[in-house]
Design a protein around this ligand. Structure first.
Ligand code: DON
Length: 303
């Protein structure tokens, strides 16, 4: 398959698109990013890699980090985790709070903000130096020690994270948070501030395409767990647009409000995109279009 050619075709088609979406500004630091960036990177499981556009510029991965924190938390507590978080699509935005009240503090899934806050709480119970240990985990997955947090982004979200503060307090009131609300939020904002470029992101998520083994074949997760995490990416990775992503793209994937998307075809490839402009559901507008074009042109989706 002419992957490089396909990626370049997609990039050429989309880079002059008149509609680029809107850069997230509810985290003020993210609002400074130029909407014109567009990068795509692909790792195939036969050891080849292909990139086009701005694939080497770091961006804030935001909610994409929730997949990595879930993987680490499952490593520690196994299926007990599901007593505290469900695995159903929420059909609502990532920061929606009403369901949490109605469902007595059990978040619908680990990728909406409330669910990710419970996962952060679990990691605080099991990691000795949470921020450092989590960063090292990500660096080991990607085998890249240059991956870091962006402290300006973390501070910016901390200063304006009113809805996450509300979610954390609700979780605490229902007894589904062990640690202090402030400590959980601080760790969560750091986790979301992880900064990676498209190549690093696709390298990190290679384990989800490769039954739990990273780019050099080192085992990080049992295949059974990868199966579960990919299922949750497919059903919940795009919040109230998860159906649309499955319909258009047909891959397990995860988005972030920094404009990144990563998606996998298990046993075949891992692909990442970055285009900072978001659609009205908070997912990268051009990123979704790029992935739709990729799976349509290659005929390689899970369907
Ligand atoms: O908690 C938040 O609102 C952000 N740190 C992450 C949200 C996000 O990336 C949603 N995904 N599209």
């Amino acid at each position: 398959m002419e992957y490089q050619h396909i990626l370049e075709e997609i990039h050429t088609t989309l880079q002059n698109s008149p509609q680029k979406g809107t850069v997230a500004s509810y985290i003020p630091e993210l609002g400074k990013v130029n909407a014109d960036h567009l990068g795509i990177y692909l790792f195939t499981l036969d050891g080849k890699e292909y990139g086009t556009g701005h694939f080497d510029i770091p961006f804030s991965v935001q909610s994409i980090s929730k997949v990595l924190s879930l993987a680490k938390a499952l490593d520690f507590v196994g299926t007990d985790l599901w007593k505290r978080v469900d695995v159903e699509p929420s059909g609502n935005p990532f920061n929606f709070l009403t369901l949490l009240e109605l469902e007595k503090g059990i978040p619908r899934n680990p990728f909406i903000n409330a669910g990710a806050l419970v996962i952060s709480d679990i990691l605080l119970s099991h990691l000795k130096n949470p921020k450092e240990d989590f960063l090292n985990y990500v660096r080991e997955l990607a085998e890249d020690s240059s991956i870091s947090y962006n402290e300006d982004v973390a501070a910016s979200e901390k200063a304006t994270g009113y809805r996450n503060t509300a979610a954390a307090n609700l979780l605490k009131s229902f007894g589904n948070m062990e640690h202090n609300v402030e400590d959980v939020l601080d760790f969560y904002f750091y986790q979301c501030s992880l900064s990676m470029n498209c190549r690093q992101l696709a390298r990190t998520f290679y384990v989800f395409a490769n039954s739990g083994k990273n780019v050099s074949g080192k085992t990080f997760l049992p295949p059974g767990l990868v199966k579960r995490i990919n299922a949750i990416m497919l059903t919940c990775g795009f919040y109230d647009e998860a159906g649309e992503f499955a319909f258009e793209v047909g891959l397990p994937g995860k988005s972030g409000v920094g404009g990144g998307i990563v998606a996998v075809l298990p046993g075949n490839y891992c692909i990442s995109t970055w285009a900072p402009g978001l659609n009205e559901k908070g997912n990268s507008l051009l990123g979704m279009q790029a992935l739709e074009m990729f799976t349509t042109k290659t005929k390689l989706s899970i369907f």
